[in-house]
Design a binder for this molecule. Structure first.
Ligand SMILES: [Zn+2]
Ligand SMILES: [Zn+2]
Length: 110
């Protein structure tokens, strides 16, 4: 047996160029383009979830950053100031910081 299995090449699903086999079946360029097209496709639930997660992380980081710089936020659930840990909670269709225990109790006791 010669070591021919080291690199398995496939034809890219999109541009049909020869590319090392990957799970996506696309060359790196097309994989990126494909991911981008999924993100821009509102009817795809996975893309929507992906974008939501990115947005959620971005928003959460922005809140964390503002808090680190001394900006005070009130909990979206109980209205008390938040210090330290917080959750990015969903209230009235928006995302707002809340206490971890307020967010959790709101979920378990609707
Ligand atoms: Zn390609
Ligand atoms: Zn609270």
């Amino acid at each position: 047996m010669a070591g021919t299995m080291d690199t398995v090449n496939v034809l890219c699903l999109s541009c049909k160029c020869i590319t090392p086999a990957t799970r996506s079946g696309r060359c790196p360029d097309c994989r990126l383009a494909h991911q981008r097209s999924l993100e821009n496709h509102p009817s795809r639930r996975t893309a929507k979830a992906l974008r939501y997660n990115q947005e959620h992380r971005r928003l959460r980081a922005a809140y964390a950053n503002a808090m680190a710089w001394g900006t005070a936020f009130a909990c979206a659930r109980c209205g008390q100031p938040i210090t330290g840990e917080f959750h990015l909670d969903h209230v009235d269709g928006g995302s707002y910081p809340s206490h971890p225990y307020c967010n959790t109790s709101a979920r378990s006791n609707p």
